[in-house]
Write a protein that binds this ligand. Structure first.
Ligand code: NIG
Ligand code: FE
Length: 417
């Protein structure tokens, strides 16, 4: 596969004419009627103007023209929860689960996250980069323009550093916005068996400060669960993050209701993710704190979970819902964000507009990127996708199909030039 590289691709500067903007995912400078042909103006890699083609200001009339061909335009997609950098894969566990073993049983028997930790520790930075590159390219080829990448398969300073450095390097190499999240508290490393508190102390007093000082940490996450870290341990990590002024997020209430969402909300978390077992209390706390609910239907599907996240309660409370791949080798080896939008509708009963906001606007918010990503609007870096589709609903309707015809990422035409 050719890795679309926005650092060398042709510039997108000029007027993009004859587009149809997906409803709800743009902010116009001149009012745009439904079905009216729209234009976007890009200058210096930045969106300057959005509105009806018929109202294009004269100042832009002399710019280069890009024919939009009546295609449907959306903002670049945002994948706000991934564990993209790791060694090996876990198809063997997939087979074990098919034979009846549960995720928790496999984890308690020394498989699960810890088996990816072994493979990640054994891999060099270059090997991790080479393994992650085609995965990232697959996501980008469908229009992802910003992505979160977590650590959490190193579980020791040098190996967590290696993962986060690879995440940064991927962003530079492919010209895509990467937000790094330190997930040192993902699982207890085997050498700390029975010494959970000692490991959490290490995460808080050594690993996090060192990695933050190297500029490798945009956010901090914890896996708060019976098979991972307790509420008290989670709070300790959050306090360490807060001391450094780094925002937090949480793997919360995936397998049981630990009260993690309430705690995260109290710490002003950007997002609570998974949340299949979220209580009404948790919903209320998230609403009050403005915390985004990140739904991960790929993990729900892979684990053949049957406990649905409380969508109706989140909707009623007005909690913004994002949708992400949760790409990871154990519970969601997913490389299509559009498929996740489809699953969010089919499995979780999101409406199509909710699913589309979930992979754009609300996902950007879950990463603290509300001002720059997830919406077509003047003043933002030019990140948008033109789709070979008649209506926006088709984005969530087709699956196993990539209708992205043209992709502009960071002001460059990385696909369909
Ligand atoms: O988001 N829930 C915890 N972490 C990952 C799974 C990681 C793994 O199994 O390797 C998740 O689903
Ligand atoms: Fe995850």
């Amino acid at each position: 596969m050719k890795h679309a590289d926005s650092t060398t691709a042709p510039s997108a500067d000029g007027v993009w004419e004859d587009l149809r903007l997906a409803p709800g995912l743009f902010r116009d400078d001149r009012p745009l009627a439904e079905h009216e042909a729209a234009s976007l103006v890009v200058q210096g890699g930045v969106l300057r103007w959005v509105g009806p083609s018929s109202a294009l200001p004269l100042d832009y009339a002399g710019l280069a023209r890009h024919a939009g061909g009546g295609l449907l335009a959306t903002p670049g997609l945002v994948d706000c929860h991934t564990h993209l950098v790791y060694g090996g894969q876990r198809a063997g566990e997939f087979a074990m689960r098919l034979a009846g073993a549960s995720y928790e049983e496999i984890s308690r028997a020394g498989g699960g996250i810890v088996s990816s930790v072994r493979a990640t520790r054994a891999a060099s930075e270059d090997e991790l980069f080479a393994a992650a590159l085609p995965r990232l390219s697959a996501l980008l080829d469908e229009g992802v323009c910003a992505i979160e990448i977590k650590s959490g398969y190193g579980l020791a300073l040098e190996h967590e550093r290696k993962q986060l450095r690879v995440a940064r390097r991927l962003g530079r190499a492919l010209g895509v916005t990467v937000r790094t999240t330190f997930l040192g508290a993902h699982a207890l490393p085997p050498e700390y068996a029975g010494r959970s508190q000692d490991y959490v102390d290490l995460v808080c007093s050594e690993m996090l400060p060192a990695l933050a000082a190297e500029g490798l940490v945009d956010a901090v996450d914890v896996f708060c669960e019976r098979i991972a870290f307790s509420l008290a341990e989670t709070e300790q990590v959050f306090q360490a993050a807060q001391k450094l002024g780094i925002p937090v997020k949480l793997h919360a209430e995936q397998l049981s209701d630990m009260g993690g969402a309430r705690l995260a909300a109290r710490h002003g978390a950007l997002s609570c993710d998974h949340i299949e077992h979220l209580s009404q209390d948790g919903v209320d706390a998230m609403r009050a704190a403005g915390t985004v609910a990140v739904l991960l239907p790929g993990a729900y599907y892979t684990l053949r979970d049957t406990h649905l996240p409380p969508i109706e309660a989140l909707r009623a409370a007005g909690v913004p819902m994002a949708v992400s791949t949760d790409h990871n080798p154990g519970t969601s080896p997913a490389l299509s964000l559009l498929l996740m939008a489809n699953m969010a509708c089919t499995l979780f009963r999101l409406t199509v507009p909710e699913a589309l906001a979930g992979i754009t606007t609300h996902a950007a918010r879950a990463l603290g990127l509300s001002e720059t990503h997830g919406l077509i609007a003047a003043g933002r870096p030019a990140n948008f996708v033109l789709w070979n589709l008649r209506e926006a609903a088709e984005l969530a309707y087709w699956f196993g199909h990539n209708p992205a015809r043209t992709i502009v990422r960071q002001g460059r035409i990385v696909k369909g030039a």
